[in-house]
Unconditional design. Structure first.
Length: 161
């Protein structure tokens, strides 16, 4: 497969330095690939088309083995699977990967105001700029959660915005 969506290649969606370093298979199955396409079409492509510029993806699909290796949540939507009977997927977007003049805060607020999502997370950073933006989408029952990831006593916690 060449592309997940018009602006996301399969390679970009499955790339992981950790997976490469550790010999971890990070290829989605057919169901996961369908869910990845869903979140790309619902969340990423509208954002990309609005700005008309390249926007970086820091993390998209994660196999269970990869997610474990990086210490990710056991319920991560990056699995792009079926959790609690609902098809879902997540993508981490990082404007800092390209020098296009778009900020992660702009990405966060645009997604908040213009797409249907399950979770939209302001990932770390400070009060004016996140380090990256996490957005997930389910095929139904989206919670529309607005969260901020912070470190408290060395652990990641999520605050409701």
């Amino acid at each position: 497969m060449e592309n997940i969506s018009p602006h996301i290649s399969y390679t970009e969606a499955t790339k992981s330095n950790t997976a490469t370093r550790n010999g971890i298979d990070n290829n989605p199955d057919e169901c996961q690939l369908e869910n990845m396409t869903w979140v790309a079409e619902q969340c990423f492509e509208p954002l990309r088309n609005h700005h008309g510029k390249a926007i970086g993806i820091s993390s998209f699909f994660r196999s269970v083995e990869l997610n474990t290796a990086i210490g990710g949540s056991k319920t991560s939507q990056h699995y792009a699977g079926i959790v609690s009977g609902v098809e879902e997927a997540a993508i981490d977007i990082d404007a800092d990967m390209y020098n296009t003049g778009i900020t992660n805060a702009e990405i966060y607020y645009w997604l908040r105001d213009n797409v249907v999502f399950d979770q939209l997370i302001w990932e770390f950073g400070n009060d004016t700029e996140p380090n990256w933006v996490h957005v997930s989408c389910k095929k139904w029952d989206n919670r529309h959660q607005l969260l901020k990831a912070v470190k408290i006593d060395g652990k990641t916690k999520y605050q409701t915005l």
